[in-house]
Write a protein that binds this ligand. Structure first.
Ligand code: HEM
Length: 436
């Protein structure tokens, strides 16, 4: 970063060894370290050769994720999901990652997404009918469970298109549904995963052999070719990517939906503002893809929810070669941890950080902000490939539900957080649902 030539030093930090991980101990310790040592903290390793650094400085984060990204690979923390994701693009690195990302990226182009949004609409339209029945009966809705179920359905329909319903019919239920439950690593879960891989293998074979006319993510992945060799993805590569999209794309979106509903219920002025805007645009009909960009309030609410409670609250990189950040040395092998949750509360970028204020994301205020002060989707080449899809998914959901329903939050117990791989609410959030 800085061009000065004096010898870089090691950053300050506690003397006691600590290995950061996606757990409560790390979540609780980070604010103490930041308060004591500043925005770059060194954590001595427990029996390992290399220390870990915690980065909470937007410039330092930009250096690692964007400017000098080539010197970093994915760090620790994916071990728990590696068994499921094989070498899918969220865990792979180097030339293989680049090849896969290039082959997959076109599926996330705006025009393609606009077509695939019909699956998101379909899932929301069916759910709206169920919510209408619930509202008529004065029911109480568990939005945390609804959001998990909906987000899973959305990603599965967009991946498998019409074949999703066939899979559900043949299996007598959604074979992926257990993914929304707490996953322990017992044998039963391992067997269930094997079962899913087998199902996907069969679907891939069937698609390759019968070549049905399909327009979904799987069809696009099957048609993708390596631009250097002209090769398609192998079955194993396809399965790894499908599993990656299911795992990376459902709980993150579900958590965001969960928070958006919470904030809309707690701040009814924002629910009214979003609803009126949606009604102005759609006249109460199902939103069309070209209308979504005008749901500006939903965009601001979603960003503010992602600022306060970013589902991916901690992620990491490992330095390949020696590097430096300002005055600090980063020896090769150092693990660097970045926490969007704490960065999104940094007083330099976010005054009165605990306050819910979606207008922080008014375009003129966004432009004035540091480019990596807000990183719920990470930044640089490894930025989330599904970021735009996630926004569209929320806009369709609220475009469909907000004009129809009002949700009244019922639980008064203080909200507890569960900082595991993703940052979730410890308890499910429940609401009384009524029609507008
Ligand atoms: C609000 C919802 C979402 C959030 C907060 C989120 C967050 C993230 C973050 C932080 C990363 C980067 C992790 C790192 O740098 O180590 C990431 C990567 C990724 N996400 Fe998302 N994500 C969301 C939705 C989705 C969706 C809907 C999909 C799929 C349709 C998806 C697919 C992926 C994939 C494939 C990667 C790996 C990209 C790569 O390394 O090339 N995500 N996501």
């Amino acid at each position: 970063m800085s061009a000065d030539t004096h010898q870089p030093a090691l950053p300050p930090g506690p003397a006691t060894p600590f290995t950061p991980d996606t757990n409560e101990a790390t979540f609780a310790a980070i604010p103490r370290w930041l308060g004591e040592y500043g925005d770059v903290v060194r954590l001595p390793s427990e029996g390992r050769r290399h220390d870990s650094y915690l980065l909470n400085d937007a410039d330092a984060i930009r250096h690692v994720l964007v400017k000098n990204h080539a010197n970093y690979r994915k760090g620790p923390g994916f071990n728990r999901v590696k068994m499921l994701l094989g070498n899918g693009i969220i865990v792979s690195d180097g030339p293989f990652w680049r090849r896969q990302r290039r082959m997959i990226q076109p599926a996330f182009g705006r025009k393609v997404l606009a077509r695939l949004l019909r699956f998101v609409e379909q899932a929301n339209a069916a759910r709206r009918e169920r919510w209408q029945d619930a509202a008529a009966g004065g029911a109480i809705l568990d939005i945390t469970a609804e959001a998990a179920d909906l987000s899973l359905e959305v990603i599965l329909r967009t991946l498998f298109g019409e074949d999703f319903d066939r899979l559900v019919d043949r299996q007598g239920g959604n074979p992926f549904a257990f993914l929304t439950e707490d996953l322990t690593r017992d044998m039963q879960v391992v067997l269930r995963f094997r079962g899913l891989m087998k199902l996907m293998q069969e679907l891939i074979h069937w698609r390759r052999e019968t070549r049905p006319e399909r327009d979904d993510f799987l069809a696009l992945f099957l048609a993708a070719r390596d631009r250097d060799t002209g090769e398609a993805m192998s079955d194993k590569e396809l399965i790894d990517e499908l599993m990656t999209f299911i795992i990376a794309g459902h709980e993150t979106s579900a958590i965001t939906l969960n928070w958006c509903w919470y904030f809309l219920a707690r701040h009814p002025e924002w629910a009214t503002r979003a609803r009126e805007e949606i009604e102005d645009v759609t006249g109460g009909a199902m939103p069309a893809p070209e209308q979504l960009a005008r749901f500006e309030t939903v965009r601001r609410v979603m960003n503010e929810a992602l600022r306060l409670y970013p589902p991916v609250w901690l992620f990491s990189r490992t330095a390949l070669d020696d590097d430096r950040i300002g005055d600090y040395a980063i020896p090769a092998g150092t693990d660097l941890f970045i926490s969007p949750y704490y960065l999104h509360r940094h007083p330099a970028h976010w005054p009165d950080a605990e306050r819910f204020d979606p207008d922080r994301f008014a375009p003129e205020r966004e432009k004035a902000r540091h480019p990596t002060a807000f990183i719920p989707f990470s930044a640089g080449p490894r930025r989330c490939i599904g970021d735009h899809f996630a926004l569209l998914e929320m806009q369709i959901h609220f475009g469909c539900m907000l004009p129809a329903f009002r949700l009244e939050y019922l639980d008064e117990q203080p909200l507890a957080l569960e900082p595991f791989i993703n940052l979730r609410t410890r308890h499910h959030l429940r609401y009384r649902i009524a029609r507008h």
